[in-house]
Design a protein around this ligand. Structure first.
Ligand code: SF4
Ligand code: F3S
Ligand code: FES
Length: 246
């Protein structure tokens, strides 16, 4: 057992960091220590969590400025005398303490056109190659922690971009549907014009923070960009669109 210094954001958007000295035991994670603070010194501290196993995506916060799951961040990763600062995700509005309002993400999710099989397709008709199954399975590991959206500079420091940019999590969903061999909808124009794919300049910060290790940039965003470019610069597609407008 040892004592450590924690600084935790308390209050709403105009809140401040409050310092605590708190007991830490071997093998604990940051969420354990936050729970101890609630139990001993700060009973009204708002903390969101659910599974404590890295699978529900609820406990996303920033720890020493880095987006992380508090239930998966071991106290042993910090130096013995290191102050641990815990703040809510910066990209989303703070509700109170460590809880922020992530409803923006769900609004974006609802805008994505759903899976569109060919008319008349019945359940059981699909035949997919294993490679196609595996490709979307990687994206399906997402736990919707929104750490990727939190870290992305396009919206992290630019409030004005938020309404135009779905963020990596839901651009990945668009990519998943676009790559699905049984899906007939063409989402390339939507990806570029409505979900803001062009704002992404492939910095890969989203991939770095993803607790599921999903290769968001390489396997979803870059392939989606390639498809959008193919369409935009394909002379036959361009001619077709001009004739179609007459
Ligand atoms: Fe979290 Fe990764 Fe899903 Fe983004 S893609 S919401 S970082 S699990
Ligand atoms: Fe943002 Fe990821 Fe693109 S961090 S800029 S969405 S590669
Ligand atoms: Fe579920 Fe951390 S509590 S991911």
């Amino acid at each position: 057992m040892s004592e450590r210094t924690f600084r935790v954001w308390r209050g709403g958007p105009d809140g401040e960091l409050t310092e605590y000295r708190v007991e830490v035991n071997e093998g604990e994670v940051v969420l354990d220590v936050l729970h101890r603070l609630q139990a001993t010194q700060a009973p009204d501290m708002a903390v969101r969590w659910n599974c404590k196993a890295g699978k529900c995506g609820s406990c996303s916060v920033e720890i020493n400025g880095r987006p992380r799951l508090s239930c998966m961040t071991r106290m042993s990763v910090f130096e013995d005398d290191e102050v641990v600062t815990v703040t809510p995700m910066r990209t989303f509005p703070v509700v109170r303490d460590l809880v922020c309002d992530v409803s923006f993400n769900y609004a974006k999710a609802r805008e994505i056109p759903s899976f569109t099989p060919a008319p008349g397709t019945e359940p059981g008709d699909f035949r997919m190659r294993q490679a196609d199954v595996e490709r979307s399975q990687e994206f399906r590991k997402c736990i919707e922690c929104f750490l990727c959206n939190d870290v992305c500079h396009v919206i992290r420091d630019h409030e004005e971009n938020k309404e135009h940019f779905s963020g990596p999590r839901f651009l990945m969903r668009v990519a998943e549907l676009e790559m699905h061999p049984e899906d007939t909808a063409d989402r390339r124009r939507t990806a570029q014009e409505e979900f803001g794919l062009g704002y992404c300049n492939i910095t890969k910060c989203c991939t770095e923070v993803c607790p599921e290790g999903i290769h968001i940039t390489d396997n979803a965003l870059i392939p989606l960009k390639e498809r959008v470019v193919d369409r935009k610069y394909d002379p036959l597609v361009w001619l077709g669109s001009k004739i179609g407008r007459r």
